[in-house]
Design a protein around this ligand. Structure first.
Ligand code: CUA
Length: 341
């Protein structure tokens, strides 16, 4: 039986291609604008990497177009024609060989020199005046300590705009990777070694961060938020964080404080003036944060109570043990923690 070519498959293919193109553009635009974009850098570190990325992308695009154009031309020019002789086979063409050796060397230089320069630039040692932040990548949350300011926080990193910050990256358990797509990274956070990133954020705003190296059960739940402040807002934040922990006035919160200080909570968490545990996040100003538990939940009384009752259920593999708190205890603890502005 002879199959007759129909127009339908061709139309289908065209429709499919058009669909993919449409999807790709919408996808492209939303990525361009998304909070996790790397092509809208908001720091000097992000900018040098973005410039390099653009240089390589444009260079390779030009090479791609030139090679494809040549290929299409050759396919068309030397296509098989009835009666045409088989072309003479050529082995070795000195000029051509010199040509493509030199051309590739030039391409390598165009890409290689700026790449090496950016590698060195992004490995620079911090100036003594840089704001030092000790970053702890833990299973599965991020700790941020400001030794010069006496502040410790978790899951939320606050920075002043226009000021150079030096992150010192520590990993007490396994390898993580510190990444704030719009500001910079990724850089591995490795046990028994302190890696650094130095950058200057240039635009106030909120930027999401994420662990970018598989580090165990809740790797995907190891997020954080970066808030870049104007100078005056930054000073306000520092002052608030340096203040001692608030004393609860509400009876339920007072009961919560009682529970906190008389159970295993104190072994893991610091609340200045109440406890000095170092394993879990510092909770002195817990309620000043918007999210907790590796940034996966909003700080609300319901979420905090649920978390206290069954942490493992909320964040798989959570290192916070189930202390067998009942609903009433959970509510009281949540009231206390939410009073810690
Ligand atoms: Cu930490 Cu992935």
């Amino acid at each position: 039986m002879i199959m007759r070519p129909t127009v339908a498959p061709r139309v289908q293919t065209l429709l499919l291609l058009a669909g993919v193109a449409l999807l790709a553009t919408s996808c492209g635009w939303s990525l361009w604008d998304s909070p996790m974009t790397t092509v809208r850098p908001r720091s000097d570190f992000g900018k040098v990497i973005d410039e390099l990325f653009m240089l390589i992308s444009w260079t390779t695009l030009v090479i791609f177009i030139a090679v494809e154009a040549l290929l299409i031309y050759v396919c068309w020019r030397f296509r098989e024609r009835p009666g045409a002789p088989v072309p003479k086979q050529v082995h070795g063409h000195t000029q051509l060989e010199i040509g493509w050796t030199v051309a590739f060397a030039v391409v390598l230089l165009v890409i290689g020199i700026p790449t090496v320069r950016v590698i060195f630039k992004t490995q620079e040692a911090p100036a003594a005046t840089a704001l030092r932040v000790e970053v702890g990548g833990k299973q599965w949350w991020w700790e941020f300590k400001y030794p010069s300011l006496g502040i410790a926080t978790a899951t939320e990193l606050h920075l002043p705009v226009g000021e150079t910050v030096a992150f010192h990256l520590h990993a007490p358990d396994v390898i993580h990777s510190f990444w704030i797509p719009q500001l910079g990274g990724k850089r591995d956070v490795v046990p028994h070694r302190v890696n650094r990133i130095v950058m200057t954020p240039d635009t106030p705003g909120e930027y999401p961060g994420q662990c970018a190296e598989f580090c165990g059960t809740s790797h995907a739940n190891m997020r954080f938020r970066v808030i870049v402040h104007e100078k005056s807002e930054w000073e306000k934040w520092v002052k608030a964080q340096q203040a001692p922990a608030a004393e609860p006035t509400d009876p339920l919160a007072q009961q919560g404080k009682q529970i906190f200080s008389s159970t295993a909570c104190v072994g893991c968490h610091t609340i200045k003036g109440v406890s000095a545990g170092l394993i879990g996040p510092d909770l002195t100003h817990f309620a000043s944060r918007k999210t907790f538990a590796g940034g996966i939940m909003a700080v609300t009384p319901e979420n905090v109570a649920k978390w206290v009752e069954e942490p493992e259920h909320m964040k798989p593999g959570s290192r916070m043990p189930n202390l067998g708190m009942n609903r009433e205890q959970g509510k009281a603890l949540a009231a206390y923690l939410l009073s810690l502005k």
